[in-house]
Design a protein around this ligand. Sequence first.
Ligand SMILES: *[C@@H]1O[C@H](CO)[C@@H](O)[C@H](O)[C@H]1NC(C)=O
Ligand SMILES: *[C@@H]1O[C@H](CO)[C@@H](O)[C@H](O)[C@H]1NC(C)=O
Ligand SMILES: *[C@@H]1O[C@H](CO)[C@@H](O)[C@H](O)[C@H]1NC(C)=O
Ligand SMILES: *[C@@H]1O[C@H](CO)[C@@H](O)[C@H](O)[C@H]1NC(C)=O
Ligand SMILES: *[C@@H]1O[C@H](CO)[C@@H](O)[C@H](O)[C@H]1NC(C)=O
Ligand SMILES: *[C@@H]1O[C@H](CO)[C@@H](O)[C@H](O)[C@H]1NC(C)=O
Ligand SMILES: *[C@@H]1O[C@H](CO)[C@@H](O)[C@H](O)[C@H]1NC(C)=O
Ligand SMILES: *[C@@H]1O[C@H](CO)[C@@H](O)[C@H](O)[C@H]1NC(C)=O
Ligand SMILES: CC(=O)N[C@H]1CO[C@H](CO)[C@@H](O)[C@@H]1O
Ligand SMILES: CC(=O)N[C@H]1CO[C@H](CO)[C@@H](O)[C@@H]1O
Length: 543
Amino acid sequence: MKHRSLRSSVVVLLLLVVGSVSAVLIFRSSNSVEKSEEFPSLINATIEILTEGLACKKFTSVDLVKAYLSRIAEVNETVHAVTEINPDALTIAAKLDLERSAGTIRGPLHGIPILIKNNIATKDKMNNTAGSWALLGATVPRDATVAKKLRAAGAILLGKANLSQWANFRSLDSSNGWSSLGGQVYGPYYPNQDPQGSSSGSAVASAMLGNRDRRFDHISFPAQQPSWHQTKHLVIPISEHEDTVGPLTRTVKDAAYILQAIAGVDTRDNYTSAIPDGTIPNYIAACKLSGLSGLRLGIPRNVIALRTSNTSAPMIEAFEQALDVLEAAGAIIVEDTNFTAAAEYRNSSLPLAVAGADFVVNLQTYLKSLTYNPKNITSLAVLRDFTQSFPLEDYPARDTGLWDQSLQSWNNTDPRFWAAYQQVLYYGGEGGLLGALDRNNLDAVILPARWAPDWASPVGTPIITVPLGSYPSDTPVVKDSWGLVQYAPNIPFGISFLGARFSEEKLIGMAYAFEQRTMVRDKVQPYILPTTELADVVIKKHI
Ligand SMILES: *[C@@H]1O[C@H](CO)[C@@H](O)[C@H](O)[C@H]1NC(C)=O
Ligand SMILES: *[C@@H]1O[C@H](CO)[C@@H](O)[C@H](O)[C@H]1NC(C)=O
Ligand SMILES: *[C@@H]1O[C@H](CO)[C@@H](O)[C@H](O)[C@H]1NC(C)=O
Ligand SMILES: *[C@@H]1O[C@H](CO)[C@@H](O)[C@H](O)[C@H]1NC(C)=O
Ligand SMILES: *[C@@H]1O[C@H](CO)[C@@H](O)[C@H](O)[C@H]1NC(C)=O
Ligand SMILES: *[C@@H]1O[C@H](CO)[C@@H](O)[C@H](O)[C@H]1NC(C)=O
Ligand SMILES: *[C@@H]1O[C@H](CO)[C@@H](O)[C@H](O)[C@H]1NC(C)=O
Ligand SMILES: *[C@@H]1O[C@H](CO)[C@@H](O)[C@H](O)[C@H]1NC(C)=O
Ligand SMILES: CC(=O)N[C@H]1CO[C@H](CO)[C@@H](O)[C@@H]1O
Ligand SMILES: CC(=O)N[C@H]1CO[C@H](CO)[C@@H](O)[C@@H]1O
């Protein structure tokens, strides 16, 4: 039950994924040389590369959407990463192509396809279900603010990424990446790989571009978890105090572009009012090779020591090697910046209780906002009844243990909530990340990604994770009770940079400087990759 350490966090995800259809491949062999010269390979294309191709009319957004749909179709049977496709994606792409040819460019995301997680509401033909039959067909009054901002920035919402049902907040015993509606998502680095985290589909989709650390994305943070910079309005919640919306992308710079578009004050989400001066730094400009120069990075060795097992060795070894890279890039490594409450936090049941107390109330608020609620799901209690009696929800094989606990306990309007929440704030704050940053005068704390997310979600601080390495070829294959592969050769892992609240700009700089010096994503390849490329779409168009 590794993922039971809770932490929610919701993820938006830059698409650029998958797929291909054999029928369009007829021209492939004869054109392969010319093709690779003319078109960027979709596994490696960044937002900047795609934007350049769009700008010089090498291809259109319609071509891009067609190519990605084809790539998704190629692999969806194997990895189940995408729940549904936006039926209007091609129409939207055509409109954005027209705008572009008329000289209107909304910004760097103009005409770029993006997948969003299936708990971010959109007021269009797509469902927002958190992977449950309970919400199929339900409608919302408006786009989630994040979706609205992405649209306004010119992004094409291509589809919804499969996720762990209710962002993994239902059962005490279920598998990562499973939902009644979406089925089981698998990781792309080993057959039947546990996709981890609730953002399973998002991460798998972006991993198939080659870059994302999938392995330890757990519930909380997928790849980057920003501060409360992003509005959560109309995102199906777990916990208002712990959820965060963030991008999962192929590269650090791509994440910076997405974050730039979605960050900012939203009057519909009070948490965003904490943004200093209400202003957002330039995250793209923060992507500098000098991003590590002169910065103090602490290692809380006791956090790593607390949860070390025989499967940790390759991660820790790669982490130690990364320290040399960080130092060579000008960082100052500060050893033993231990978190004073690490052991106590690990033992505590309060973090889960706080999330459950939020869930009862926050879910009800979301359900109340629906403009059409076909199954009349109005509260967690009703949702539990539905889930336990609807055969496709796979109850009791997958229980509702977390809901049972939440419904038995106090909720976040109870005075006991505030005492518990203060204690959780202490674990993540003075007793955890914030205390270590402060005492040691650090710019960030670094950890192998597996150990990182627990320390950010309670205090609303950002994390950015970049690929670090992968399990070696002699790794014994370990499966969980659901048959999901937990450890196996080639399964990647990451390194995380954790900073103070609203330190995204600095963290992005560090992650970029590390990524550019290591380019681990080029060394770890999924075992399955789609083959459709832009050439297949563009050349076909001209025949
Ligand atoms: C949303 O769910 C409904 C079923 O209620 C289905 O008919 C529709 O096709 C779904 N939308 C998409 C985009 O798949
Ligand atoms: C923000 O807080 C104010 C004051 O507590 C409250 O009236 C308002 O409804 C809140 N808004 C949201 C979107 O939660
Ligand atoms: C930090 O924790 C590590 C691992 O538990 C321990 O070896 C080290 O002595 C601690 N350092 C300090 C300064 O307490
Ligand atoms: C770790 O130990 C368990 C048994 O305790 C074993 O099943 C597994 O194969 C070991 N994994 C590695 C990577 O050595
Ligand atoms: C955590 O729990 C273990 C096992 O119950 C106990 O031995 C240990 O003292 C506890 N640690 C703290 C810091 O509470
Ligand atoms: C939260 O708890 C209070 C007090 O027990 C109760 O009146 C209220 O209905 C609960 N809220 C929800 C959403 O269940
Ligand atoms: C939901 O409630 C409405 C109005 O009370 C009712 O007409 C409808 O049959 C209910 N639907 C379900 C699935 O229970
Ligand atoms: C993507 O880039 C990597 C690293 O440069 C390279 O090995 C790989 O062949 C590229 N993929 C394609 C499809 O061009
Ligand atoms: C989105 C998508 O392409 N889904 C496809 C996944 O595979 C099944 C079976 O081949 C198709 O029916 C879906 O359309
Ligand atoms: C589009 C896509 O890949 N969706 C998949 C989500 O997962 C379910 C089942 O696991 C698949 O049937 C869908 O095709």
